[in-house]
Write a protein that binds this ligand. Structure first.
Ligand code: M6P
Ligand code: ZN
Length: 183
């Protein structure tokens, strides 16, 4: 039997960095074209979020885990958010554990049901099989959370890239509000 050695990762809460680093993926506005309602007239190409993947085999039995950091801010009226995805293996679930900040977790099924959960420090959110998921930073500090999901789950971005999600999270009178996507 070829055993993998157990190991620790450490997330530095001051620097907001994973040690050892693993794969660091940064997403800027240009990586999310068409996902925000009002992305024209935004100065530069702001970094919206980044995530640190611990490198693991993409096979059943393992548990992928990563830390996502969404910077505070808005594009038009919409708060900074992740692209959002279904899992390629649709019957796989995911857990998000929020370790800093405040936000919303928007989920949707292919049948068109939507659910929105609050994210705040200490919250453990369960994303059951079949629900696509996107996270939104509605606060004034970085939103930081750990995601854990099956080794073989994979990411399917196509659906959300093409059609968006039914619910948007916008700022209205200084408060986050969940609205129906007008498109
Ligand atoms: C979480 C997990 C990851 C995901 C990341 C960024 O950490 O769900 O699997 O990659 O958020 O979200 P997205 O892939 O939708 O850009
Ligand atoms: Zn996922």
């Amino acid at each position: 039997m070829n055993y993998m050695d157990p190991f620790n990762s450490f997330f530095n809460m001051k620097e907001l960095e994973l040690e050892p680093e693993g794969d660091l993926i940064a997403r800027r506005l240009s990586d999310m074209q068409g996902m925000y309602q009002q992305e024209d007239n935004v100065a530069g190409n702001p970094k919206i979020y980044e995530y640190y993947n611990v490198r693991l085999p993409e096979i059943p039995g393992h548990l992928q885990h990563c830390v996502t950091v969404i910077s505070p801010g808005k594009i038009g009226k919409e708060y900074h958010m992740t692209k959002g995805h279904y899992h390629e293996v649709e019957e796989t679930a995911e857990i998000y554990f929020t370790i800093q900040g405040r936000g919303k977790l928007v989920m949707q099924t292919k049948e068109g049901d939507s659910k929105v959960l609050d994210m705040e420090e200490g919250m453990i959110s369960y994303i059951p099989p079949y629900w696509s998921h996107r996270t939104i930073n509605t606060g004034e500090e970085p939103l930081v959370f750990v995601g854990v999901y099956p080794g073989n789950a994979g990411h399917n971005y196509g659906d959300i890239e093409e059609r968006g999600m039914k619910k948007l999270v916008v700022e209205e009178d200084g408060q986050p509000k969940v609205i129906d996507n007008p498109d």
